[in-house]
Design a protein around this ligand. Structure first.
Ligand code: 7TS
Length: 412
């Protein structure tokens, strides 16, 4: 397999043409959001210049063009995750909205008193709060799978926590803090044996590895466009058709109806029934261009590249005795993000000082307070990679870390 060349890829991304604080930008916050190549920026600009209209609503040329653009994006998303049909692809604003939609439309209808909803302790708040509210409303029980010292969910934990009472399991495919890739196929297998439905939060996985929802057999799979070179404001909810068909609409309004009477209404078929209001066509054009860009390079190559960078970064970080890696220290079932702490220095100070060297990283609780409590930490710093990152970026980050230590009066 030929490798990707991130230096060439970087040339597609105008953001890297500018200096940040007088230095070359080293962008290591891809877990939060990713940068856009010209191909995505221009696809969206092109749509706005010549094809913008309100889809499904008019007979005129621009409405028809917008409808075509929207539908063609759905087909690209379908192929990207290998869903059976575009009826199974619902556009939302982001992963958060997708998860809320499932909790509202599926959960309120099918979760009952005493039923168990199972999450991993590493979930992002977006994959906790909707279930907390649902559990309260339906008098259901919210349970968690806990992690071992390496930051993985042990097989026994999966087997012990999934029981006849489990009706829904919602699990992050890849942790946005630990980088752990959770064994979703195993979880799905055990959950399906007891008839539970499984939601996979793919916010951190779909941008970085090939996902096949049919092979995985997930009932729902959700992710965000802005973490995969696309724009903010567009996200995806994949659901198996037979399940989506049973769900009542999340939002009510235009374009999701069949007939409306004074006191009653009937709803449009899938996927329109779950997409009320004017669609984000510009976002749909952007996510399509982003997926085409990723597929042209190849998700297998992107994954390989990120693995290589992660190994390189882990080696360099592990050689510095004052850095603690939070999460698996080997490459097995882990993705390209690394959380860490530095003895005696607050993660926010690390991120702020690194920024002054042009190195963008994230610090904080990463919207995972239950995980932080479980790990007995308040916050971590985190670097996260994508296809345009280089070993040179890692070297600059390490140099920056050494400078942070100097700022605080520590020796090297
Ligand atoms: N789920 C996971 C696993 C995430 O990492 C995130 C965002 C979300 C859900 C929510 O995504 P959104 O697009 O709906 O906001 N995670 C992060 C992060 O790690 N740093 O900033 C956002």
């Amino acid at each position: 397999m030929t490798r990707i060349n991130p230096e060439i890829i970087k040339k597609d991304f105008p953001i890297f043409n500018q200096d940040i604080h007088g230095r070359k930008l080293v962008y290591l916050d891809n877990g939060a959001t990713t940068q856009k190549p010209l191909q995505v920026i221009e696809a969206m600009a092109g749509y706005n210049k010549i094809a913008h209209g309100n889809p499904h609503r008019g007979a005129h040329k621009l409405s028809v063009e917008a409808t075509k653009a929207y539908n063609s994006s759905k087909e690209t998303v379908r192929k990207f995750i290998n869903a059976k049909s575009t009826e199974e692809i619902i556009f939302t604003r982001n992963t958060t909205e997708s998860l809320n939609l499932i909790a509202y439309s599926y959960g309120r209808e099918f979760i009952n008193e005493g039923d168990e909803i199972l999450l991993a302790i590493s979930e992002h708040h977006s994959n906790i709060l909707p279930w907390q509210r649902l559990a309260k409303e339906r008098k259901a029980i919210l349970k968690y799978m806990y992690l071992n010292a390496e930051g993985r969910i042990p097989l026994d934990e999966i087997k012990n926590k999934i029981s006849e009472k489990t009706k829904l399991v919602s699990v992050g495919h890849m942790s946005n803090v630990l980088g752990t890739i959770h064994p979703v196929e195993e979880i799905i297998h055990h959950a399906h044996r007891v008839g539970a439905v499984v939601v996979v939060d793919g916010a951190q996985s779909a941008p970085h590895m090939k996902v096949d929802v049919q092979e995985m057999d997930a009932d729902f799979f959700v992710f965000s466009g802005h973490k995969m070179l696309g724009p903010m404001g567009i996200g995806v909810l994949y659901g198996k058709k037979e399940i989506l068909e049973k769900m009542s609409p999340f939002l009510l309004g235009g374009d999701m109806i069949e007939y409306v009477y004074e006191q009653e209404a009937t709803f449009a078929p899938l996927p329109y029934r779950l997409e009320a209001g004017t669609q984000n066509v510009e976002g749909a054009v952007g996510i399509k261009a982003a997926m085409e860009y990723l597929e042209k390079i190849g998700l297998d190559k992107i994954e390989e590249h990120e693995k290589e960078l992660t190994q390189y970064a882990l080696d360099r970080m592990l050689s510095l005795p004052y850095i603690d890696i939070i999460g698996p220290k080997d490459l097995e079932m882990r993705g390209g993000l690394i959380s860490f702490t530095i003895d005696g220095i607050h993660p926010h100070d690390i991120a702020t000082i690194l920024d002054s060297y042009g190195v963008a990283i994230r610090a904080g609780h990463h919207c995972t307070q239950p995980l932080m409590r479980f790990l007995d930490l308040h916050a971590t710093s985190r670097i996260s990679f994508y296809l345009y990152n280089t070993k040179d970026d890692v070297d600059q980050f390490i140099e920056g870390v050494k400078n942070v230590r100097k700022w605080f009066g520590y020796g090297s």
